[in-house]
Structures are given as structure tokens and as C-alpha cells.
Design a protein around this ligand. Structure first.
Ligand SMILES: *Cc1c(COP(=O)(O)O)cnc(C)c1O
Length: 490
């Protein structure tokens, strides 16, 4: 399998070549040249692999999916990487991503099922672990094979940073420098990250906001001499390997919600950077019988606006709402270009004109009058909706009162929007993207009580913390990275 850029660059690359990289040389995103097709016989085989107990299960299914896209890692090694990543010991459940029924009596008798797919049982209690844990093992494997080392520099407002640190901690050849806005993450999130004492994990609290952190990461990445000398890399959500890892749980959700491979299901995905739901798009393009992909946004409705009107309009930082589902507070959706590439029949020149030129110049483009736009719904199954703080509170209360299930604020956005898109006879699966303990303040506001805390997180706020506080200056961060690298030998 070879990978190409969404902006038409002629070069084709292999999986391990793009694994450690961000954007393609022309600023585009990588996608496979084609989507492998899963025919009826393969789907049936995968169902029995997934249901296959000790020898099968999620890790074995992950190997099946990944091996269609990765042909430059020997099969036995890839199989071992999957087996090491998706274990009961890490996820606390043999099913890894169990479905929880949330049957909705008000939806009427035709509604055949309404489920949450639990993707948040990993080390940091958000779905980002599902991909990041695999990425940690892939990075360690590939760096060892090349005899190289990598310094990962990232910016986080919460979930991404902790997922990256827990995936990379103790890994050979990888060091993490994670920037976060000083004093702005929840106490739980700060405790999760800052209590890590691993030698290769470095937390940097920047005296500023999240945008300052992101600007510093960009500035360091644009300093090519520094980047090369200190082998700076990233783990952001445009990484193809992260997206690929997420394709697996669409299949796993499907096999749990259906008995036969002719049934259809729909998925609702709480969305920010469009990475998670883009993996659903890939699964659907491979032939998984998905009726609808429902994109749920919060007040930051860049994506909902596009799917309603065809207008894609970036927001200024000042117009980005700070909401109670903060991991979806985005001003642009960095993976969205991948879907538009498919929507425009993979016309790289047009994608370059839209994302490279129009967005840069005017901050928007409009496909509303383009015949392709209607196909987002008709051919690709995309619909959307949005949710507000009041909706979130009401949905958390309602779900707890009727089903005794406590959901987090992002998942609540999904449940609210999913209910607006139910179709008779089609089960609906809402992806649970985090556990409520990560966003306790809003749960208390909704329910007047604290969420449950998994036993392994008892008392983490009281643990010793290791973090460097720094001014919002690129030079200060570069000096710190250089100091650590020179001390240990790059
Ligand atoms: C990252 C995140 C999202 C958004 O996912 P995308 O892949 O960026 O669309 C939603 N919910 C939670 C809890 C997250 O951490």
C-alpha cells in the first residue's frame, strides 16, 4: 500500500515513511492510494476473529485491519504489536471496547438499539488512548529498527497530552516535551500528566493560553535547523497511523450491535478535529455497512455549518467558545481536508486551491453550489448537529435518570445529536470519547454529585508533581529541549 498527499504531490510513500512525519511536503495530508475493499467473506471472517475468544478478540481484529494498510512491517511483528497494545491489563476489560445499551423508549418500537461504545477505558480515560497506545509501540519499533531517536514536541489543553505521555512513557528512543497552558487544565488532568516521573517525559507549563503553546510548537517546527539537530517530531491528530488505529473500533462496534453482515448501523461521533469520524469514513469506504455518520459538535460548530450549508469557515481564536466539552473547542478541523479530498473525487489540485489558497486568503470556502456537496449526505452518509451547554446538562441528567449511566460532556453532545438522527431499524452507536471523571465540574453542575473515579486514580491530585513553568517564549522552550538533549546525549 502506498500513500499520497491530498494536495496532489506526485510522490508516493510507504507506511513506515509517513509514520514519524506530519504533513506531506506540499502541506497536504496523507491518505492511502485506495481503500482496500472488505467483501462479504472477509467481513464474516473478521466477525469470527473478533468473537474468537482467547485467540481472537480486538487485538486480532486490529491486526486484520492494519495489515491491509501496512506492508512494510513483517506480519509476525505487527501481530505482536497489536497483541501488546490491546490487552485486558491496559483496558480493564477483555472486550476492550464493550457496547453499553442505552435503550430509548421514547424512540418508538422500530428503534432496534441505541448504544454507547466504550472507548475510554485506557490509561488516560479518553478515546485518544485507543490510537496513541498503538502509536507508542509503533514508534518504539520503527525507531529501534532505524537506530534513531525522536523528541516529540506537542501542545495540549488536556486529553492529547496525557494520552501521548502515557503511550510514550518508558519507551526506548522517544522523549516527550508537552506544553500546556499554566493553571488552565482541570486539577485531574494536571495530576494525570504532572505526576509522571518517567525520565523521558517532560511537562512544560507555559504562562499563557493554549494558542500560545501551539504557536511555540509551530515556531520550533519551522526552525528547520533546530528541528533537524534535535530530531523534533509530533504526534498530532493528522498522523495517519492514529487515524488507522481508530478504524478498528468501527468494525468492533458493528460486530457487537449486529448478528448478520447485511445489517446496517449508524455511528454518532463527538467531533473536533474530525479525526475520529474520519476513521468512520474510512471504515465505510472499505465496505462496512454504515448507514449514517453523524457529526456532533458543541458551540464550536465549524463542521455542523459545513454539513448543513457547504460553507467551511474558520473561526478566529477570539471567536472560539470555551465550552464544557473543551476537547471539541476548535477553530478549524485539521483532518477535514481528508474527507473533502474524497468528496471531490480525489482532485488534489482542487483541494490545494481550497485548503492551500482560499482558506489562507479568506478563511473560508463554499461548496454549497457544487453538485459534490449534496453527495456528502447521499453518497458518504454524513449528517450533523450541534449541542450547547444547556443541552449537555439536560442530556447528562436524562441519561443518568433513565438508564443509571453517567456520561461525560463530550459524549453528551453525541447522545443529544444522535437522537435527532435515528432511523427505523438501524441501530445507533454513539462513541463514548471520555469518562465523566475528567470533567467533574460539569457533572456536579448537572447531577449535584461527583462522578465515579476508577480505583487507580484515587488521590492522584496529592501525588508529587514534576513540571517546568516557563514564559510563552519559543527561545525558552528551545533552550530547555537543548539542555535536556545535551545532558543525556541526543
Ligand atoms: C479529542 C477529543 C474529541 C474530538 O475528537 P476529534 O478526533 O478531534 O474529532 C472529542 N472528545 C474527546 C473527549 C476528545 O478528547
Amino acid at each position: 500500500m502506498l500513500y499520497l498527499s491530498t494536495r496532489g504531490h506526485p510522490e508516493r510513500r510507504r507506511f513506515c515513511e509517513i509514520l514519524l512525519e506530519g504533513l506531506a511536503p506540499d502541506g497536504g495530508l496523507y491518505l492511502p492510494e485506495r481503500y482496500p475493499q472488505v467483501d462479504a467473506a472477509t467481513l464474516a471472517r473478521w466477525r469470527s476473529v473478533f468473537n474468537g475468544g482467547a485467540a481472537g478478540g480486538y487485538a486480532a481484529l486490529a491486526f486484520e485491519v492494519l495489515s491491509l494498510y501496512i506492508d512494510d512491517i513483517p506480519a509476525a511483528d505487527l501481530q505482536a504489536l497489536c497483541a501488546r497494545t490491546y490487552t485486558e491489563a491496559v483496558y480493564g476489560t477483555a472486550a476492550i471496547v464493550p457496547l453499553k445499551p442505552l435503550q430509548d423508549p421514547s424512540a418508538g418500537p422500530e428503534q432496534v438499539g441505541f448504544y454507547l461504545e466504550a472507548l475510554s477505558n485506557g490509561p488516560t480515560l479518553a478515546f485518544k488512548d485507543m490510537a496513541m497506545q498503538l502509536l507508542g509501540n509503533l514508534f518504539e519499533y520503527e525507531l529501534a529498527r532505524r537506530g534513531e531517536e525522536l523528541n516529540i514536541l506537542g501542545a495540549t489543553s488536556g486529553d492529547t497530552g496525557s494520552a501521548a505521555e502515557y503511550a510514550m512513557r518508558g519507551k526506548q528512543g522517544v522523549r516527550v516535551f508537552m506544553l500546556s497552558p499554566h493553571g488552565r487544565m482541570s486539577p485531574f488532568q494536571q495530576a494525570q500528566m504532572f505526576s509522571l516521573m518517567d525520565d523521558n517525559i517532560h511537562n512544560i507549563a507555559i504562562e499563557g493560553v493554549f494558542d500560545d503553546c501551539q504557536d511555540i510548537v509551530k515556531a520550533v517546527s519551522n526552525d528547520l535547523a533546530f528541528k533537524r539537530q534535535y530530531r523534533i517530531g509530533t504526534v498530532n491528530s493528522i498522523n495517519w497511523a492514529r487515524l488507522l488505529a481508530q478504524v478498528v473500533y468501527y468494525f468492533a462496534g458493528y460486530f457487537q450491535a449486529t448478528r448478520s453482515d447485511t445489517e446496517q448501523v449508524s455511528f454518532t461521533v463527538p467531533s473536533g478535529n474530525f479525526g475520529n469520524v474520519c476513521a468512520g469514513h474510512v471504515a465505510r469506504m472499505m465496505g462496512l455497512p454504515i448507514a449514517q455518520l453523524v457529526v456532533a459538535t458543541n458551540e464550536n460548530d465549524v463542521l455542523d455549518e459545513f454539513f448543513r450549508t457547504g460553507v467551511y469557515r474558520l473561526r478566529a481564536s477570539a471567536d472560539t467558545h470555551e465550552t464544557s466539552s473543551p476537547s471539541m473547542d476548535i477553530s478549524k478541523a485539521s483532518n477535514f481536508e481528508r474527507f473533502v479530498f474524497d468528496l471531490l473525487d480525489r482532485d488534489g489540485a482542487r483541494v490545494k486551491a481550497l485548503f492551500g489558497d482560499a482558506l489562507g486568503q479568506t478563511g473560508r470556502f463554499d461548496l454549497g453550489a457544487d453538485p459534490a456537496f449534496a453527495q456528502a449526505a447521499t453518497r458518504y452518509g454524513f449528517v450533523s448537529g450541534k449541542s450547547t451547554h444547556a443541552d449537555r446538562l439536560a442530556t447528562i441528567r436524562d441519561t443518568f435518570a433513565r438508564f443509571g449511566v453517567m456520561i461525560d460532556t463530550h459524549t453528551a453532545d453525541g447522545v443529544k445529536v444522535a437522537r435527532e438522527h435515528l432511523q427505523p431499524g438501524v441501530p445507533m452507536i454513539v462513541l463514548e470519547t471520555a469518562l465523566p471523571i475528567k470533567f467533574a465540574e460539569t457533572i456536579v453542575e448537572a447531577l449535584g454529585r461527583l462522578p465515579e473515579r476508577p480505583a487507580r486514580f484515587e488521590g492522584i491530585e496529592a501525588l508529587p508533581k514534576r513540571v517546568q513553568v516557563m514564559p510563552a517564549e519559543t527561545r525558552a522552550v528551545q533552550a530547555y529541549v537543548a539542555h535536556i538533549c545535551n545532558k543525556k546525549g541526543i
